[in-house]
Design a protein around this ligand. Structure first.
Ligand SMILES: Cc1cc2nc3c(=O)[nH]c(=O)nc-3n(C[C@H](O)[C@H](O)[C@H](O)COP(=O)(O)OP(=O)(O)OC[C@H]3O[C@@H](n4cnc5c(N)ncnc54)[C@H](O)[C@@H]3O)c2cc1C
Length: 404
């Protein structure tokens, strides 16, 4: 058991730091203030191989592996949490689901352009009836009509659906068959019958646009079915398992951002002639943040490590996602406490951390849903790893390549 970065991990980390300093920090505020989509930053991330970390070289991947992906997502989110969403859409839930479940034609057609961010991806599962029970809430239907499926219904909270070119979307092909009646489709958003409307959100520092998606007699060729009819629920759960890795990495990054900002502020800010970092109550907050963030990081890295080995990691991903979401929201609250009134000033990133930590508390399954999964597993009722599916493609993990 080794608990240190390899020289490759160090190289990746340095590359990301450099990228953030040169290519992101100088311009991200502009995008955030104007709520614009940073396509050029996404493309640069794609070209550096960030999104392709877990994809084989033959489809344009950088084969850096899951642990490096976790390190990249953490570092980017620490600096700019708004960019973290890119990892779910461009690296995990959209293209990785196509890689795992698609046929050769589908993979060749969609994966290389998604991981380079030439095309923008989305993952559309949640409906207005509730994201915690997607099968129960799903009303969207897909009916086979000759050589085409006709989709009707709507989706809720779909991140960047208004920018997306391609998506993995779930619909019921057999509404009476419960979980077994759901199928997955690769959809293209430029076809008639697709419409995405951004949801107005009430917070500061967001660049993220989540949308309501409407499908009205939306027709796609039947070869856009992903996997087999009825496999949709299995595909969705498998996708969320990978998505949870990037979400927990992003939460660890947010928590670390809170620590770094808080330490620097607590050392500088003087009240009653004393740096506030000298007050024991502030020290308690910092001590908890530091230890809890390290624990969340270790849980997250273990989940990535298991994935790199191709082992079942659903249990570990749920531990990591649940714990990291609690730690990040607590760290953001503590940072706000340490900053006092300045916490809400635009000059500091604290409100961004607060907002993104709270939003990610729900992403890829809320804390309650993770707890249910963890408790059912611990009590021996449902093995969390029972749906493990061997990946079709293994990365040459012994020769991960770092492209600088
Ligand atoms: C910014 C943002 C981006 C998102 N992006 C996407 C996306 O790209 N694609 C996508 O498909 N979805 C996306 N989502 C949806 C997200 O996955 C859901 O918000 C999440 O699954 C929770 O569903 P919900 O909001 O409908 O809450 P609900 O399911 O209505 O749950 C509300 C509350 O009840 C609790 N609860 C529900 N069931 C139980 C239970 N059995 N026991 C105990 N407590 C329970 C939940 O934990 C939660 O606290 C996004 C959401 C947000 C906010």
């Amino acid at each position: 058991m080794e608990f240190e970065y390899t020289s490759e991990n160090q190289q990746v980390l340095q590359m990301v730091k450099e990228f953030v300093r040169k290519e992101v920090s100088p311009q991200i505020k502009y995008y955030e203030k104007n709520q614009l989509f940073p396509k050029d930053i996404f493309e640069k991330m794609g070209n550096l191989g960030f999104f392709g970390a877990c994809f084989p070289e033959q489809y344009g991947g950088s084969e850096l592996g899951f642990l490096n992906l976790a390190i990249i997502a953490e570092e980017i989110s620490k600096a700019h949490p708004s960019l973290g969403y890119a990892f779910n859409m461009q690296a995990m839930t959209c293209p990785f689901t196509i890689l795992n479940w698609g046929n050769k034609q589908q993979i060749e057609k969609y994966v290389p352009s998604l991981i380079k961010a030439e095309k923008i991806g989305m993952f559309a599962l949640t409906e207005s009836g509730g994201g915690s029970d997607p099968a129960g809430a799903m009303k969207t239907t897909a009916v086979l009509d000759g050589d085409e499926y006709v989709l009707n219904g709507s989706k809720m909270w779909i991140t960047f659906a208004n920018e997306a070119d391609v998506g993995v979307l779930f619909a019921k092909t057999d509404p009476d068959a419960g979980h077994n009646g759901i199928s997955a489709f690769i959809i293209e958003t430029n076809l008639p019958g697709f419409y995405a409307k951004p949801i107005e959100i009430s917070s500061l520092g967001f660049m993220t646009r989540s949308c309501e998606v409407f499908l009205e007699d939306y027709r796609i060729p039947k070869n856009q079915l992903l996997g087999k009819e009825g496999e949709g629920f299995k595909i969705a759960m498998n996708a969320l398992d990978y998505g949870r890795l990037t979400v927990s990495s992003r939460l660890v990054g947010i928590a670390q951002g809170c620590i770094d900002e808080s330490i620097s502020y607590a050392n500088e800010r003087e009240v009653s002639g004393v740096a506030i970092g000298q007050y024991q109550m502030i020290q308690h907050l910092i001590a908890d943040m530091v230890v809890e963030t390290e624990a969340a990081r270790l849980l997250t890295y273990k989940s990535a490590y298991l994935k790199d080995k191709g082992e079942a990691a659903t249990r570990q991903s749920a531990y990591a996602k649940y714990f990291a979401s609690e730690v990040a929201t607590k760290a953001a609250r503590s940072a706000l406490e340490i900053f006092g009134g300045n916490g809400i000033a635009d000059e500091y990133p604290i409100m961004k951390y607060v907002n993104y930590a709270n939003m990610l508390h729900f992403g890829e399954g809320s804390a309650n849903i993770q707890r249910i999964l963890i408790a059912n597993d611990a009590l021996g009722e449902k093995d969390a790893n029972r749906h493990h599916i061997e990946r079709k493609f293994s990365l040459s993990s012994d020769i991960h390549k770092v492209r600088l």
